[in-house]
Design a protein around this ligand. Structure first.
Ligand SMILES: Nc1ncnc2c1ncn2[C@@H]1O[C@H](COP(=O)(O)OP(=O)(O)OP(=O)(O)O)[C@@H](O)[C@H]1O
Ligand SMILES: [Mg+2]
Length: 1012
């Protein structure tokens, strides 16, 4: 059983055209009349109005006392709602003029009416207590239509620019200029409805605007040409072209007909109209009129001559049927009236006439008949079509028809029938079309792919989106030569496209439509199981409805295994289905999507947390949204630092919306602390960093939260990336560890102790580094998950690597390499690309130091690539500077200089200072400078680096700085090389840095060699 209470909708957002019509000055008029009499007059007026509304399939929304309000495009959407409203208005004005003349004659009454029209979004639905009131449309669009009515002169219809935009070309409009309208924030351009325009179809409109270059369609053209060949052989052929709106049926036919004309083949065209289903024989009449060459301006006699001339030439026996034909085409011959026939007999006679014209024995030249848009054809014309198809057999006639997929053929296959299922344009053709429309400015790079994705290759959508972008200022310049001037992603659905798609959606049954709307909330694609849950439908019913949606071309089966996944065929359809829902319904669906995602994916919740959070948020479930965002942020962690930072910021914003309680306070504080974790990785505006820290501290102190206070201390005074002075840094680290130990929170103790150990490394205290890391390993007791992700994704991987660095500095290269390999393995296994990057940096360097220079450089390069993907500045800079160091060992000084300069540049760009590694980076850079012969610069830089390292107590870097200073001075022939090396030796001895000692000894050798 379905649960209608769940899927019933109370209303919808719809694009419609609203029409108001009323009697001008009805009070004054009524005053002079007997009330009964006046009532009759008004009833006559109302029935004129309602008849015309009905004729164009609009809805009379309400009677306003002296007029009506009508809506076109709701409850059922019509893609040409604006045009229908205008045509109805024109007919109303004509009918009312006649009626007024009659009233003047009979009652001496000066009766006149005025009409106002506007198009736009309304909320349409049952309004009233419990939603059981009458169906009506409400919104600003309605008010503005009413204002147009009030503005209109008697006997005229005024419309706004919104309607004009949609009806332009189909109707003749006089621009009256801009008007200040009460209730509208800006002046509104107003038009007067002047008559019917020249365009009959959308293709006419495109022609008027200038066709875009015709692209692709070679095979389809060939199929049509082959049909014509068969027709020439007196076989008679019919070709049907089926495609969704805007795919290019009419354009293909137009191009084909142009070719036929160019070859001298006669062609005749007709089309069914969207608003013409109620008007019998419109296309047949049109076909006959073009066949006989009848022009609008022709007088009745001329018309009769044209009809008689052509038909008698074909078949002299036609003479007796002429009166019926004259009558049908509206030019009865007074001398020869048509026989009195029943409607049925008359139609039969007509059908016969048309068939005889086609199969006339004297006809030898081939002709092409085109009948467009069969999906709108009236019943009478449809019946005639069936017979026509049979009649063409054996004649030199090609009939081409086109229709949209929803058209159900009423005829059974003509003998020679070929059908073309016209596909949307492929990416290459779309790109070519776009080049024609927009040009080839470099700023448009990538636009073609984006537009192809959004429009799914529908050329009408492509044209409209480009037009919309140009109008909204996203594209600058002129047609065929645009430049991109703004973002394209968030451009809306053009009104013209919107109405076409909304009309398609409205043809669905209510349940299927609601299901489509639910699917649109889930996203571009949605598993069937999820859809069942979201729509609360039984499996069978859901399957049935999906069948309908797939059949109608809205969805397709993107995957069948391991589960069925449905996807939207057109991204724009999804947008329209999504936008048509009222906020509340949409929110409920979002929350349902979130819950379905949770229920169906117990194994993948971390990965899907961000998606779940965003649905929860759109569903108005702020608390859930905050919790799931936090989960997503944890999961993104240091592997996706930019995402994590964004998500934590979101958690903070969401938490602020929650009532103040234990949980929201915890979210508020953790979201701030974890944002701070990214200050040293990505860089952060110092003011923002300070604000976050202050806010976090305030909350943590208020709730007495030791855990958070320890984290905060770490993030503010003990983190990497500050221009640390050794003693202060080490003191801060000590304080962090004290707070963490006091909190007795084991994971926190592990995480912070591991992270803090970095300070001992930088300060050259390798023993303490080792003992701190050993303690970390001991505390974890072999459980690598303890403390993971709090600061570093895998504290154990980092501890292992850190121990390796200590070994290397002591010159124990084999042990160091073993530890690095182990660290890399752990980092990879535990999903810590950050520590993996640092470890690869170290391996690259140690390989280069041990003489495997090619392998070292190659790994260093590879590491830069991998780290680039990580997107974090700290690690990227580190990877580059280590590559530089490896390249120096390999003698590639120019490359080394490039790498180290890039390392410095990206670090400085993102961060507030140079960080704890700046002296070391400068030393590496100075060494590269020596290599490329810029020795003077090298001396200065090495002096600066030494100074910085010495002053701040960065005693890991200091011996290296002094060694490079020695090298630079030797290279420059400057004094003081020996002094630098002596100081280096002294520091290295103190820190027990055997590797540095060795390097310095090597330099000393050079000094001695130079002195000799
Ligand atoms: N192959 C093509 N190359 C360039 N432009 C095209 C092509 N096909 C269609 N167009 C353009 O796309 C727009 C829509 O095409 P068309 O009017 O032929 O669609 P349709 O399938 O007839 O739609 P409908 O069902 O609404 O009548 C037109 O402006 C047309 O010029
Ligand atoms: Mg068409």
């Amino acid at each position: 059983m379905t649960r209608p209470d769940r899927i019933e909708s109370d209303g919808e957002r719809k694009q419609v055209t609203v029409l108001f019509a009323d009697v001008k000055g009805s009070m004054d008029l009524a005053e002079g009349q007997d009330p009964e009499q006046w009532r009759r007059i008004m009833q006559g007026f109302f029935s004129i109005l309602s008849d015309e509304v009905r004729r164009f399939e609009g809805t009379v929304d309400k009677f306003t006392g002296d007029g009506i309000m009508a809506v076109f495009g709701a409850p059922v959407a019509h893609e040409d709602h604006a045009r229908r409203a205008c045509l109805a208005a024109l007919r109303m004005l004509d009918d009312i003029a006649e009626y007024a003349a009659e009233l003047r004659r009979k009652h001496g009454l000066n009766f006149s009416a005025r009409i106002g029209i506007n198009s736009g979004e309304v909320i349409a639905g049952a309004i009233g207590a419990g939603g059981d009131g009458a169906y009506t449309a409400v919104g600003h669009t309605v008010g503005l239509a009413q204002r147009m009515e009030a503005l209109a002169e008697p006997g005229k219809a005024y419309l706004t620019e919104a309607t004009a935009e949609l009806a332009q070309g189909f109707l003749e409009l006089d621009d009256l200029g801009e008007f200040e309208i009460k209730g509208a924030s800006r002046p509104v351009r107003v038009f007067e409805l002047a008559g019917v325009g020249a365009a009959r179809s959308r293709l006419d409109l495109s022609r008027e605007r200038g066709f875009s270059r015709f692209v692709g369609r070679d095979t389809e053209m060939a199929t049509l040409a082959a049909g014509l060949e068969r027709a020439r052989d007196d076989e008679g052929a019919v070709v049907g072209i089926a495609a969704e709106p805007g795919v290019g049926k009419s354009r293909l036919c137009h191009e084909f007909l142009e070719r036929c004309r160019a070859e001298g083949t006669e062609v005749f065209e007709a089309q069914a109209q969207a608003h013409g289903r109620e008007i019998p024989f419109m296309p047949v009449l049109q076909l006959l009129r073009t066949y006989f060459g009848i022009a609008d301006a022709d007088g009745e006699r001329i018309v009769r001559e044209k009809i008689a001339g052509r038909s008698l030439l074909l078949d002299p026996e036609f003479a007796e049927r002429l009166p019926i034909l004259f009558d049908f085409l509206g030019v009865p011959d007074p001398a020869r009236p048509a026989p009195q026939l029943s409607a049925e007999a008359r139609q039969r006679a007509l059908r016969e006439i048309v068939c005889r014209l086609v199969s006339a024995p004297n006809r030898h030249e081939p002709v092409v008949l085109l009948i467009e848009d069969l999906h709108w054809i009236d019943a009478g014309s449809a019946a005639m079509l069936g017979e026509l198809f049979v009649a063409v057999e054996g004649t030199p006639t090609l009939v081409v028809v086109n229709f949209r997929p929803e058209y159900e053929k009423t005829w059974t296959g003509p003998p020679d029938y070929h059908e073309i299922e016209l596909a949307p344009l492929g990416p290459a053709d779309t790109a070519e079309l776009l080049r024609d429309l927009a040009g080839e400015d470099p700023s448009l790079d990538g636009l073609a792919e984006l537009i192809h994705e959004r429009t799914a290759g529908n050329p009408f959508f492509v044209e409209e989106i480009v037009r919309e972008l140009a109008e909204a200022g996203g594209l600058e310049g002129e047609r065929g030569a645009y430049r991109l001037a703004g973002p394209v992603e968030d451009s809306g659905v053009p009104a013209s496209v919107q109405s076409v798609l909304a009309a398609r959606i409205d043809r669905l049954g209510t349940e299927a439509k609601l299901l489509l709307q639910a699917a649109s909330v889930a996203g571009k694609e949605v598993p069937e199981r999820a859809l069942e849950l979201i729509a609360e439908l039984e499996r069978e019913r859901c399957e049935e409805l999906l069948g309908e949606l797939i059949g109608a071309g809205f969805l397709y089966e993107q995957e069948l295994y391991p589960e069925r996944v449905l996807a939207f065929r057109h991204p724009l359809t999804r947008e329209v289905a999504y936008d048509s829902q009222l906020g509340e319904q949409r929110a409920a669906s979002h929350a349902a999507v979130a819950r379905a995602t949770i229920e169906l994916n117990p194994e993948r919740q971390d990965e899907l947390a961000a998606l779940i959070a965003s649905h929860m948020e759109s569903g108005g479930e702020t608390r859930e949204a905050a919790k799931w965002s936090a989960r997503a942020a944890y999961w993104a962690g240091s592997s996706h630092p930019a995402d994590a930072l964004r998500l934590w910021r979101r958690v903070m914003e969401l938490a602020a919306e929650l009532p103040d309680d234990h949980e929201s306070a915890a979210l508020a504080v953790s979201s701030r602390l974890l944002q701070l974790q990214f200050a040293w990785r990505l860089g952060m505006d110092p003011a923002q960093e300070a604000r976050l820290a202050a806010e976090a501290e305030e909350i943590a102190r208020r709730t007495g939260d030791l855990h958070s206070l320890a984290m905060l201390k770490m993030a503010t005074s003990a983190r990497p990336g500050l221009d640390h002075e050794a003693d202060a840094w080490l003191a801060a680290v000590g304080e962090v560890n004290r707070l963490a130990d006091e909190s007795a929170d084991l994971p926190l103790r592990i995480a912070l102790r591991a992270a803090g150990a970095y300070a001992y490394l930088c300060c050259g205290d390798f023993d303490r580094l080792e003992s701190e890391l050993d303690l970390v390993l001991e505390l974890s007791g072999g459980d690598r998950s303890l403390g993971a992700g709090i600061v570093i994704a895998s504290p154990i991987a980092w501890a292992t690597m850190g121990k390796g660095v200590a070994q290397r500095e002591r010159g124990r290269m084999d042990e160091a390499e073993k530890l690095f390999e182990a660290a890399l393995r752990i980092a990879t296994e535990d999903g810590d690309p950050e520590t993996a990057s640092w470890t690869r940096s170290n391996i690259a360097l140690i390989k280069a130091m041990r003489g495997e220079v090619a392998a070292g450089v190659a790994l260093g390069r590879r590491n830069c690539e991998l780290t680039e993907r990580l997107g974090d500045v700290f690690s990227r800079s580190l990877a580059l500077s280590n590559l530089g160091a490896a390249q120096i060992a390999a003698g590639e000084h120019a490359e080394a200089l490039e790498a180290i300069e890039e390392s410095e540049r990206i670090y400085r760009e993102a961060m507030d200072g140079g960080g704890e590694m700046e002296a070391w980076r400068a030393a590496v850079r100075a060494e590269a400078l020596i290599g490329v012969g810029r020795v003077q610069e090298a001396v200065e830089l090495a002096e600066w680096a030494t100074e910085v390292a010495r002053e701040r107590g960065m005693r890991w870097s200091l011996p290296t700085c002094l060694n490079v200073l020695g090298l630079a001075r030797i290279a420059a022939g400057a004094d003081g090389a020996a002094e630098a090396l002596d100081e280096g030796t002294e520091v290295a001895r103190q820190t027990n840095a055997a590797r540095s000692l060795e390097a310095i000894e090597e330099t000393r050798g050079k000094l001695a060699a130079g002195a000799r």
